[in-house]
Design a protein around this ligand. Structure first.
Ligand SMILES: [Zn+2]
Length: 248
């Protein structure tokens, strides 16, 4: 599904467009013209990534042109398909340096898969496949995707090692927010070991300072032109020492 000349949505489940696996986050393709990149390949249960590949082809794009896979964070609905995607696409996996070891090891406890299974969110037999990380990203790191520029921002709070990405050089400026901030200023606090409210607030304040048009979150509604206003709404709650509304 083409959003703009730079961005396609090629996956998403129950909390998205229901165009791939039920648990998949929004799966985005960045199209620079000469090169493609994927942001958050989804959960990858059973053959769900095949559906993502099929959606990419249906949009008139060739998966062979995907040279990089970016992940915002190590939760399984975002990174579960990464190992399969990296092998099939022969593309570079780009993830946070601070949790690269956990991704390489398929550390299910770090990713809170154990508690996710306990509440029935993930199937009992689901496994997080270890995935090599080729490019370790830290604050301010820049990766070129053809003529487009992807800048890394460390935005922990939802979980350790969460990244947001600012894409420039296209028809708009885009913020890939992962699970940090959603339409309407909502956030995603969960009762997991590495979700921290004060750290979360600092990440929201940091992103509020950036200049961008579109908010491309990991789930739910997308804003193509007023993305910043949704981040500001979340920041306003935190500034008043409150907590923004949660999406669950
Ligand atoms: Zn998450």
């Amino acid at each position: 599904m083409k959003l703009t000349s730079d961005i396609h949505v090629v996956g998403g489940g129950y909390y998205g467009f229901d165009i791939s696996g039920r648990l998949d986050c929004h799966v985005y393709i960045i199209n620079s013209g000469s090169e493609l990149a994927i942001v958050d390949p989804g959960c990858g249960i059973n053959k769900d990534f095949d559906t993502v590949l099929s959606n990419i082809r249906d949009d008139g794009l060739d998966p062979k042109n995907i040279r990089k896979i970016f992940v915002t964070h190590y939760h399984c609905d975002h990174v579960g398909a990464a190992a399969e995607a990296r092998t099939i696409l022969d593309a570079e996996m780009c993830a946070a340096k601070s949790v690269a070891t956990q991704i390489r090891n398929g550390d299910e406890k770090a990713a809170s898969l154990d508690v996710g299974k306990a509440v029935g969110f993930y199937p009992e037999d689901f496994k997080l496949k270890p995935c090599e990380v080729d490019v370790e990203l830290s604050e301010g790191d820049i990766v070129q995707i053809g003529s487009l520029t992807m800048e890394t921002f460390e935005t922990p709070g939802h979980c350790e090692g969460h990244l947001s990405f600012l894409l420039s050089g296209g028809e708009r400026k885009y913020l890939f927010g992962g699970d940090m901030v959603f339409w309407g200023g909502k956030i995603l606090l969960q009762n997991i070991h590495d979700c921290k409210i004060d750290v979360y607030a600092d990440s929201i304040f940091k992103i509020e300072e950036l200049d961008f048009d579109a908010l491309l979150p990991g789930h739910l509604q997308i804003s193509l032109n007023n993305g910043k206003s949704h981040v500001s709404q979340a920041a306003d709650y935190f500034r008043k020492l409150g907590i923004p509304p949660n999406i669950v």
